[in-house]
Design a protein around this ligand. Structure first.
Ligand code: THU
Length: 160
């Protein structure tokens, strides 16, 4: 038996002002997208904004359904749209912001596991890292320089 240690490095920015200007711009797009969420069941609004290497910005928000599992997270709404509209483009980064109607979200809210798996697929496909920035409604922003940092022991095509 041996112990295996897995480490990830993340970066935390205190607020939007501390972000590089272009990243703050993308986060602002995620914040705007958050306002377009359809989340009558959870009252938890999430927005995602993706910058592609062709300069396009794609946004998405969570879309819920009375049949709960039929809903989709903001990140996957955005990334599947990006993948279907611009299949040849590479994703440079994704910004995510979440807000709850029931309690303040002042610390960074990371993407769920299913979204990490979906983003990882594109990171592996394009063979370049996708930067992920995530925050709550206000406050600090966490940066991961690559999706891989957020999903150790990834299940990918290499095992198929
Ligand atoms: N949600 C997202 O949009 N992204 C995530 O990464 C986590 C959760 C949505 C799904 C659902 O509409 C609501 O937030 C509560 O889980």
């Amino acid at each position: 038996m041996k112990e295996v240690k897995i480490e990830s490095t993340l970066f935390v920015f205190e607020n939007l002002e501390e972000l590089p200007k272009d990243v703050a711009f993308l986060m602002q797009k995620a914040i705007e997208a958050r306002g377009k969420a359809y989340a009558p069941y959870s009252n938890f609004n999430v927005g995602a904004a993706i910058l592609l290497d062709n300069g396009e910005i794609i946004t998405g928000s969570n879309q819920e359904n009375a049949s709960y599992p039929s809903g989709l997270c903001a990140e996957r709404t955005a990334i599947y749209y990006a993948g279907s509209q611009f299949p040849a483009a590479k994703i440079v980064r994704m910004a995510i912001s979440a807000t709850s109607a029931t309690k303040p979200t002042t610390s960074p809210i990371p993407p769920c596991g299913a979204c990490r798996q979906a983003i990882a697929e594109y990171e592996i496909k394009q063979e370049t890292p996708i930067e992920i920035y995530f925050m709550g409604e206000t406050g600090a922003i966490t940066k991961s320089a690559s999706l891989a940092n957020l999903l150790p022991l990834i299940f990918d095509k290499s095992v198929l």
